[in-house]
Design a protein around this ligand. Structure first.
Ligand code: ADP
Ligand code: MG
Length: 260
């Protein structure tokens, strides 16, 4: 009986605890304060979009969520699915289910896309997938993203075009299958066709038990994806939150009204 009520209680707690809770986050880099008391809450299954002018701190937020050592948290905390992750290492956050798709994906010579993704998955899941099983999974996801199979054998992002690098980020997201995927301007600099493929990847990835934080400048990706919430990040703070109607507002009026 006691055991049952304990399980029930845990279930209720899981339902009520926020998926992601960022409280009064203040972050500096090289003695310059970038985030100045940022608050954000997300629930399981939600898609949140962050828009804001250049230099507002969007990439800083993405990097600090992932635990990039260059960014120093000077106040506030980040709670992810009941765990305070503020001081955790990037790999620990990845193991808890966080993922960041970079604004500028790196090229790494010497390791193939397939080997990279297989060891990344092994590290995050703390369990190696069998080579053949992994190969099958990879092939299916690459097909979905309209990537030529021979790219699996190429060095990671090496000589990939801008669009191909972004696809390889989305591929990584599909393979790792994180609980929270953060996309930092994955859609920027892409042609309409590549944006469509990125949107296809997002649709494939997203379901009721994972969430997305999408940082974007453009409306094009949002023609395929309906966010639950849109936030404006200006000068290190969230200055406005609402539904997708905010996207239109930005296109017409920009962020001038929110400038510090
Ligand atoms: P956004 O992604 O919204 O354009 P960023 O988070 O990249 O903004 O940058 C916010 C501010 O932090 C900018 O003024 C930028 O110059 C500064 N900044 C970002 N990264 C670094 C860095 N590695 N070193 C020094 N300053 C940085
Ligand atoms: Mg940025």
């Amino acid at each position: 009986m006691q055991g049952d009520s304990l399980i029930l209680m845990r279930g209720v707690m899981e339902m009520t605890q926020p998926f992601l809770k960022i409280k009064d986050l203040q972050v500096q880099i090289e003695d310059k304060q970038i985030l100045k008391g940022l608050n954000l809450e997300m629930k399981e299954g939600e898609i949140h979009v962050i828009m804001g002018p250049n230099g507002a701190g969007k990439s800083t937020l993405a990097n600090v969520l992932m635990g990039h050592p260059k960014y120093q948290v000077i106040a506030g905390d980040i709670e992810f699915r009941g765990t305070d992750i503020t001081t955790l290492k990037p790999h620990e956050r990845a193991q808890l289910g966080l993922f960041l798709s970079f604004q500028y994906p790196q090229e790494i010579a010497g390791i193939t896309l397939e080997n990279f993704l297989r060891s990344a998955k092994g590290a995050v899941d703390q369990k190696q997938m069998k080579v053949l099983e992994f190969h099958k999974l990879l092939k299916a996801k690459m097909e979905l993203l309209e990537m030529k199979p021979e790219y699996a054998e190429r060095y990671l992002n090496h000589g990939f075009s801008g669009g191909e690098k972004k696809k390889s980020e989305i591929l990584q997201m599909l393979i790792l299958d994180p609980k929270l995927a953060i996309m930092d301007e994955t859609d920027s600099g892409l042609d309409v066709d590549a944006v469509r493929v990125v949107a296809k990847g997002v649709t494939e990835y997203h379901h009721g038990e994972n969430s997305m934080l999408i940082i974007t400048h453009h409306r094009s990706l949002l023609e395929y994806i309906e966010p639950d919430f849109v936030h404006f990040l200006v000068d290190g703070r969230i200055v406005e939150s609402g539904g997708s109607e905010l996207v239109e507002h930005v296109e017409q009026a920009g962020f001038a009204a929110y400038k510090a």
